[in-house]
Design a binder for this molecule. Sequence first.
Ligand code: ADP
Ligand code: MG
Length: 496
Amino acid sequence: MSEIWQAALCDLKEKTSSHNYESWFQNIKCRRREGRQFFLEVRDEFQKAWVEENYLDLIEDSLVAVTGGSVEITLDAESTYASKVAAQSTQDALQIDVQDELVAARMGRMPQGQMGQVGAPGQMTPAMAWDAPVPAELRAHPAAAAPRSFADTLAAAGLNPRHGFEDFVVGASNQFAHAACSAVAENPGKSYNPLFIFGGVGLGKTHLLHAVGIEALKSNPQARVVTMSAEEFMNELITSLRQKKMNEFRTQFRNNCDVLLIDDIQFIAGKDSTQEEFFHTFNALYHSGKQIVVTSDKLPRDLPGIEERLRSRFSWGLCADIQPPEMETRIAILEKKAEADGITLSKEMAILLASSIRSNVRELEGTLIRLGAQSSLLGQPMSMDQAREMLSRMDIDQRNQVNTPRIIEVVAREFEITPRDIRGKRRTRGISKPRQYAMYLARKHTDDSYPSLGEEFGGKDHTTVLAAFQKIDGLIEAKDPEICALIERLEGLLLG
Ligand code: ADP
Ligand code: MG
């Protein structure tokens, strides 16, 4: 039995980050097994709640993989609350009180507002500074310092639970920003500070920002993470000024915060008093080694209306950019979202969407959701023609952009054949030539790789696309007058 569980643990180790594995799985023991039912034991109630909420499916998958059949899992905490209470000496009375309130809070008997006050000063404050050594007491009973469910903790920190690292698809366009964010989440205040993430609209800046907060809270549920947009920061500032509560405002940001996540900092451009306040907040946090992450649509030096002293501080740490995702990444994002939302998405459909919507992930997602909604209304998967029609009605501003479907369309029109011919398998000269031109143009004018072009050209091997590109490129190099004129004409049509 323990061998089965060891094998499942090995599987889990491969599926999760080493940090996650050590925090949540490594110490789980398999106490008993009755047929297909596994009785697992975790350290305490906190781990039990956490694992139940987040990892039960994962554990189940691993056990199914190892045993080759369905399983049932029962989780138990090593020492139940009652036995803990019995074991406590009178010295630990305070601790018991806290546990008591905790349990009450879990069971929903305690009003939200009071939760933060659980605990004795200096020992059970709801949030511990990152640097402060965690008292042994707390390490042994993390539940004592985490009075809420994780979902509540995230909500209180202003974090969207759907924006974790595991929901983020990494590709060349965002790899650097992703790596920087992971490093910061693992070691807040110690790796890159501040971390400045910049990039265009809908490319995942907010997503990564929240992922940092979520991950930081996973490793340390006591961390005080504050997430807000620069606009919210300003609104709170104004309210505090009006209500003469500036001391509270300053304490909240400067003293009660371990990780400050500020979204869309460009908003404070030209807003001098907000900048002034933010500047002091920044300094206070920075000098006490707290982590600051900021997102923006531009590099610090390109931010108009932001004071020099603030811009220069933004550049102290690391600036990481996010670029529009490549074809493969767009397809992977679609597939991931489709799976998460239970939408059936064929490869062909994913390619169609990913090649039509290229520079905004939010729009890509929106289209997928519309597609899912329509197909559930129709009660059947959407046909490619229906999807094309939906796309054409969407008035996507990128329609005039150069992308592979458009290149295929333009070339086909020019040679009086159909896009289907170009994507098809026929090799008559009248079709294979234009196909090669289209492949050449697609490679030259899009960021699509050879394999993804192969897919877009009707499922051809990437070497076919490569050969076509090299052939036409060679003719152009050799200044073949006919080919040069033709390609120039096609480019004129494409680029307008
Ligand atoms: P930004 O803040 O840069 O405008 P968001 O972070 O709000 O963009 O991203 C827009 C949407 O696209 C969000 O729903 C986000 O989850 C999703 N998204 C963006 N990039 C990715 C990615 N690489 N993987 C998965 N989802 C992504
Ligand atoms: Mg955003």
